[in-house]
Ligand binder design. Structure first.
Ligand SMILES: [Zn+2]
Ligand SMILES: [Zn+2]
Length: 165
């Protein structure tokens, strides 16, 4: 087994976006987004239905022109979460599992996001063009280690607790 490597900040926040994506509800795509400023998580999002409305995984996708339109995408939901809590996201970095669609790219640009970190492409390529025109830095990384590196038995404090039982 590979030695545990401490993740970089970018890997760490991308991994959080992967974790957020586990909550996604559309079987056609699982996407997560984390908005970060000064190494501080401001908001998270995943693609999911509007509050109180049925999920794709329960009632099927709502397809229009070969796209499922039932969910808000992860980026939109992260921006919406920030809005609902009055969090200023201007100047932040968006960590996303998949390259934005055109609509989400425009929303992030309008919301003042200055940097995008991503590890996977998306079929809708106008996002790259919009980001470039808006001078948003786009960083494409390898997908971080998918596993959470946490082994309770490796930590001496945990062993002490077990002995005290
Ligand atoms: Zn769907
Ligand atoms: Zn989108």
């Amino acid at each position: 087994m590979a030695e545990n490597k401490r993740p970089s900040w970018d890997e760490y926040f991308l991994k959080l976006a992967m974790l957020a994506s586990e909550r996604a509800t559309c079987p056609r795509m699982h996407c997560g987004c984390v908005l970060v400023k000064d190494r501080f998580v401001l908001a998270t999002g995943y693609n999911g239905s509007l509050p109180g409305q049925p999920h794709c995984e329960d009632e099927g996708c709502l397809i229009v022109e070969n796209h499922c339109v039932r969910t808000n995408h992860a980026e939109i939901n992260a921006v919406v979460q920030a809005t609902r809590h009055g969090v200023n996201i201007v100047g932040s970095t968006a960590y996303i599992t998949n390259m934005s669609c055109t609509t989400c790219a425009k929303a992030l640009i309008a919301a003042g996001i200055k940097r995008v970190v991503v590890f996977s492409d998306f079929h809708d390529t106008l996002a790259t063009q919009f980001y470039s025109q808006a001078e948003v830095e786009v960083v494409k990384m390898d997908m971080p280690n998918k596993e959470i590196q946490y082994n309770l038995m490796n930590y001496s404090s945990a062993k002490k607790t077990e002995k005290s039982k």
